[in-house]
Design a protein around this ligand. Structure first.
Ligand code: ZN
Ligand code: MN
Length: 489
């Protein structure tokens, strides 16, 4: 049977590191870049008798995430121990939440701009569909293990970092939707200041499970899980492969069993790791050291802090700045770029031109300079100034790219000063008009041809004016004056 004869059911578990100063159950510093095993204490090292203390900020952020995604909060949420023995967890259990998590239900909107570039989704409606969530719970991250040939090293700095787990219902139906789910969720988490959600840095990681069943069959097929997939495109590739593999086996009558597989992105295949593993294997039990969380006070506080979500932001960008839908999509899909845009747009009368610079010119410049928008030396106000310089007719867009180069190396300069340093100044219109008249008088044959309809020669006349001008005027302006003098406009 072709793959299209099967119903595909996908569910996702997304682990997300919450941006906090300290760990989940102790006051050790969270975050990375520190010497290994320097941010540790008896609690996060699991010493006997050391007691945990709750990080309220991490609870607030989880509740805020739940509010952004339309979850409900049970009045009381509690902590459970998930028992397992491994070097990344010195207590031999992970403090997590099993049956009374902080957030229940809710849904993730799939934004049109979040789908892969080659999938056919109309950009008109911002939200294509919503995907149901099962719950969101809070737990602690494990330590980081690095494996070498015959030995492994462990860094407990990461151990005990607040980790939010967002568990979807089995409500996704394709690899493209899965990609869009991850991208939409990531931008929502960034909007809320919950996490930087950078998958390359491991701040957001995902486990994907997928099952197939023939059309018409009610019960779901056996669930196959792939753990720790570290990019959106890898999740998409892994699912395309796994759906094909399961369909082939089902076609040949091979019964699928619930199992965990490892996705090897370099090989482009999944390899079976272990079969059947259930919650009861972990002997979950209520943590005796932590009192349950009464959620009402957190909900009340976080309702005051609800941020603007990406779909509302997209609509506002179009209304407030007159941006076309494609530009609004591009900006909303990148929260850092969007923040840069809004700061710059506030400082100019031509916000659409600012969007144009950021979307069409900046990407290649940033790539060439190996720079990110967050670390770009040219500040938003300076870019706004550069847009104004072009708007005022001081220089053309291509000349402004030279000015940008100067600003990149002298970021404290204003755009007007940088433009002046290259000889671009507001033309003295009297002097410029005199120069245009002089060029017209000196080139009667070209002028005759232009008047006869050869519009290409107007560029030659413009070039003549440019050559004789100092400072350099905006060529567009010169052409305009020429056209007016020749009564062509
Ligand atoms: Zn600690
Ligand atoms: Mn987990």
């Amino acid at each position: 049977m072709p793959v299209s004869d099967y119903l595909v059911t996908i569910g996702l578990e997304v682990h997300c590191q919450i941006k906090t100063a300290t760990k989940m159950f102790c006051s050790c510093k969270a975050g990375f870049g520190y010497e290994p095993n320097t941010n540790v204490c008896p609690t996060c090292l699991g010493m006997p008798g050391a007691l945990p203390v709750l990080n309220k900020f991490a609870i607030e952020r989880t509740v805020l995430t739940g509010l952004m995604l339309g979850c409900s909060m049970p009045p009381v949420s509690k902590w459970d121990r998930k028992n397992y023995f491994y070097a990344d967890m010195p207590k031999n259990y992970q403090t997590s939440q099993l049956d009374l998590p902080l957030c229940i239900g809710g849904e993730v909107p799939l934004y049109s701009w979040a789908f892969p570039a080659d999938s056919k989704v109309s950009a008109e409606g911002a939200v294509v569909r919503t995907v149901k969530l099962d719950h969101i719970h809070l737990e602690e991250d494990a330590a980081k293990l690095t494996h070498y040939g015959s030995y492994s090293l462990v860094d407990y700095n990461r151990g005990g970092t607040p980790l939010m787990e967002i568990v979807s219902a089995p409500d996704l139906t394709s690899p493209d939707e899965t990609y869009a789910y991850l991208k939409s969720l990531q931008q929502i988490l960034i909007c809320g200041g919950i996490s930087d959600a950078d998958m390359e840095k491991g701040q957001m990681r995902c486990d994907v499970n997928v099952s197939l069943r023939p059309k018409g069959q009610k019960e779901l097929g056996a669930k196959i899980e792939m753990k720790n997939i570290n990019s959106m495109s890898a999740a998409r590739r892994a699912l395309i492969y796994e759906i094909r593999r399961q369909a082939d086996e089902l076609d040949r009558g091979i019964v699928q069993v619930q199992s965990t597989r490892r996705w090897d992105d370099d090989l482009g295949e999944s390899i079976v790791m272990r079969t059947k593993e259930n919650a009861h294997d972990y002997r979950y039990h209520t943590c005796p050291d932590l009192i349950p969380v009464h959620t009402a006070e957190y909900v009340e506080k976080m309702q005051q802090e609800l941020p603007e979500l990406p779909d509302a932001r997209q609509r506002r960008l179009m209304e407030q700045y007159g941006l076309p839908v494609a530009d609004a999509n591009t900006l909303v899909a990148d929260a850092q770029l969007c923040a840069y845009f809004e700061t710059a747009a506030a400082a100019t009368k031509a916000p659409r031109k600012v969007a144009n610079w950021l979307i069409n010119i900046f990407p290649s410049v940033l790539a060439e300079k190996e720079c990110e928008i967050e670390t770009c030396p040219v500040q938003p106000a300076t870019l706004a100034g550069l847009v104004d310089v072009v708007e005022e007719g001081i220089c053309s867009v291509s000349q402004a790219r030279e000015v940008l180069e100067v600003l990149w190396n002298n970021p404290e300069q204003t755009a007007a000063a940088a433009a002046a340093s290259l000889g671009y100044k507001k033309a003295d219109s009297g002097a410029l008009e005199a120069l245009v008249e002089k060029v017209i008088a000196e080139n009667p044959d070209k002028v005759a041809l232009v008047k006869g309809g050869n519009m290409k020669l107007i560029n030659a006349l413009t070039g003549q004016v440019m050559k004789n001008s100092n400072p350099k005027p905006n060529p567009k302006l010169v052409t305009e004056i020429l056209m007016a003098k020749l009564e062509l406009s």
